[in-house]
Design a protein around this ligand. Structure first.
Ligand code: KDG
Ligand code: MG
Length: 404
């Protein structure tokens, strides 16, 4: 079964998505998500100029060999651009294998190890009243796990809040240049326990509570935060410190029992090797489309299983429905599954991507359609041309750059 075409589709139905479509001489096609938020065209160029030409004529069934060829065969390897491109190829090949064999990808991965995938939704608010109302909304929808973020008093902008008018979806990429945000750690550290107290006081302890710090603290500040949140029995705090410094997590670990999750900016098993093998984290959050696809993420999850680290994959709206479906198929099969982020996709994304996954009572299921179970309507995609958008940057009050 030879690959005869590899096409890159760039569209902006609500936000930018890059989709790779691989076609075989047997008439099958498969999809992979190649979206890298705010750096979309870098992946498009890597695919079009360097990867797609190498795919033509290869056997689509040799998923492992294609992966190794694109990773090990490249002298300049790793990094988000390369690994997102490889992920798109990998997911598209799993999709093709599923379609050719008439089976959903989770069956090809060894079959379901659970009946459903526990997901967490995103509640936020400009005030604590707005936040606790939003938590009520997610509880009514049936969510059993909810991430909470609220505007930090004294800061003009805060990470993770819904844009007014976008319903319940958070979208940080905006404008043709990065917005300048201002960050102040003391204000945040004072506010975070008040936020969790307000949520637990109104809604109790009958659901999982999560929070994303988004890489902003030093190890000792993160340890202080973890300690101050212990009474609220967090499911996790996410990305407490800039994630590339794996050693930093030792300090956090020594001081608090609040569980730690990280990994959405990682691209390979090497990025989290120390974190996993030294049990410095509780959840590994790497995503299927920024970490080399199903083939590589599976290896990370297997390593994590050896050390009692559970999975908690990134599932923001800037990963397309193709990526989300791939995540659900893998989640369903891994023994050490923990939780899956689910932010959803706003219309008109639903006009472009037809999905077969479902949500019920806080759990999601990928469905039994052959392959990944997502199709793209290319005519609809053409109605939504690419529009450049940037993620914000962070500065401290004195003007110096800080992690966003
Ligand atoms: O593109 C950046 C987003 O994916 C990120 O800000 C979302 O941190 C995020 C999360 O946990 O969903
Ligand atoms: Mg995050």
């Amino acid at each position: 079964m030879k690959i005869v075409a590899a096409d890159v589709i760039v569209a902006s139905p609500g936000r930018n998505y890059v989709t790779l479509k691989i076609t075989t001489d047997s008439g099958s096609h498969g999809l992979g998500d190649a979206t890298l938020n705010g750096r979309e065209l870098a992946v498009v160029a890597y695919l079009r100029e360097h990867v797609c030409p190498l795919l033509i004529g290869r056997d689509a069934r040799r998923i492992n060999d294609v992966w190794q060829y694109l990773y090990r065969g490249a002298y300049w390897r790793r990094g988000p651009v390369t690994m997102t491109a490889i992920a798109a190829v990998d997911c598209a090949l799993w999709d093709i294998l599923g379609k050719e064999t008439g089976r959903p990808v989770h069956e090809l991965l060894g079959g379901a190890a659970r009946d459903g995938v526990l997901v967490y939704g995103h509640a936020s608010g400009q005030t604590l009243d707005e936040l606790t109302d939003d938590v009520a909304h997610y509880l009514e929808l049936g969510y059993r796990a909810i991430r909470v973020q609220a505007a930090v008093p004294g800061l003009d902008s805060t990470y993770g809040l819904h844009h007014p008018g976008t319903g319940h979806t958070y979208e940080p990429a905006d404008g043709a240049a990065p917005a300048d945000n201002v960050w102040h750690t003391p204000a945040y550290l004072d506010f975070a326990p008040q936020m969790m107290a307000a949520v637990r006081e109104r809604h109790g302890y009958g659901f999982h509570l999560l929070h994303d710090v988004h890489h902003r603290l030093s190890p000792l500040e993160a340890a202080q935060l973890g300690k101050s949140l212990e009474p609220y029995r967090m499911f996790w705090i996410e990305d407490p410190t800039p994630a590339e410094d794996q050693e930093a997590f030792r300090t956090i670990r020594q001081h608090t029992t609040t569980p730690i999750a990280t990994g959405e900016v990682f691209n390979s098993i090497w990025d989290c090797q120390t974190l996993i093998t030294e049990r410095l984290i509780d959840y590994i959050r790497t995503s299927v489309s920024h970490t080399g696809g199903i083939t590589h993420l599976r290896k990370i999850f297997d390593l994590a299983a050896l050390y009692g680290v559970r999975t908690g994959s990134h599932g923001a709206g800037d990963l397309s429905p193709v990526s989300f479906a791939a995540a659900l198929h893998l989640d369903l099969t891994v023994p050490n599954f923990g939780i899956q982020e689910y932010m959803g996709h706003l219309d008109p994304a639903g006009e472009v991507f037809r999905t077969s996954y479902t949500f019920q009572d806080g759990y999601m299921r990928p469905g039994d359609a052959p392959g990944l179970g997502v199709e793209i309507d290319e005519e609809a995609a053409a109605r939504y041309p690419y529009s450049p958008k940037y993620l914000p940057v962070n500065r401290l009050r004195d003007g110096s750059m800080h992690d966003w």
